[in-house]
Write a protein that binds this ligand. Structure first.
Ligand code: UDP
Ligand code: MG
Length: 162
């Protein structure tokens, strides 16, 4: 019973992923979505939105003392962003692996930033860095009713059923 509960909790782990304005303008939405989708993670929320500067400041509140904070918030609010919630076992940590290091010069080839971006100020994607931030960021960007719980057809093939 405990094992079943643990398995369920792991499978419903969720993270917040955003394609920043540079990724949207460069036509990388489908490329980025497909990397999460093909891995086996499940999309449970998605929308296109232009965040206000104030909203960007809330999203990046942890970084407000950093010298790049103002420019970063200006940039995030400069155009459409694709906000998403992805679900799956280990999605928070593995999502960060798919994304790659913050500085694309240090991201491994094969990662999203490694393959598709060049400089840190235009690194095309955001992903929550841990369970607390994932929860806070999902709550900031989405209303509870915007998250869709469903069983994907491939779940038993991804996770097994015994
Ligand atoms: N950033 C920047 N200059 C830096 C470090 C970060 O412009 O020297 C930007 C970059 O877009 C990064 C974002 O600030 O994605 C948030 O920084 P964080 O350290 O949280 O990196 P992330 O979690 O996005 O990898
Ligand atoms: Mg971060």
């Amino acid at each position: 019973m405990l094992q079943e509960q643990e398995a369920h909790a792991a499978a419903t782990e969720r993270t917040f992923i955003a394609i920043k304005p540079d990724g949207v303008q460069r036509g990388l939405i489908s490329e980025i979505v497909s990397r999460f989708e093909r891995k086996g993670f499940k999309l449970v929320a998605i929308k296109i939105v232009v965040p206000s500067k104030g909203f960007a400041e809330k999203h990046y509140h942890d970084l407000k003392e950093r010298p790049f904070f103002n420019g970063l918030c200006d940039f995030l609010s400069s155009g459409p962003v694709i906000a998403m919630v992805w679900e799956g076992e280990g999605v928070i940590k593995y999502g960060r692996k798919l994304i790659g290091a913050t500085d694309p010069q240090k991201s491994e080839p094969g990662t999203i930033r490694g393959d598709l971006a060049v400089v840190v100020g235009r690194n095309i994607i955001h992903g929550s860095d841990g369970p607390e931030t994932a929860k806070d960021e999902i709550d900031l960007w989405f209303k509870p009713e915007e998250l869709v719980s469903y069983t994907s057809n491939s779940e038993k093939w991804l996770y097994g059923d015994n």
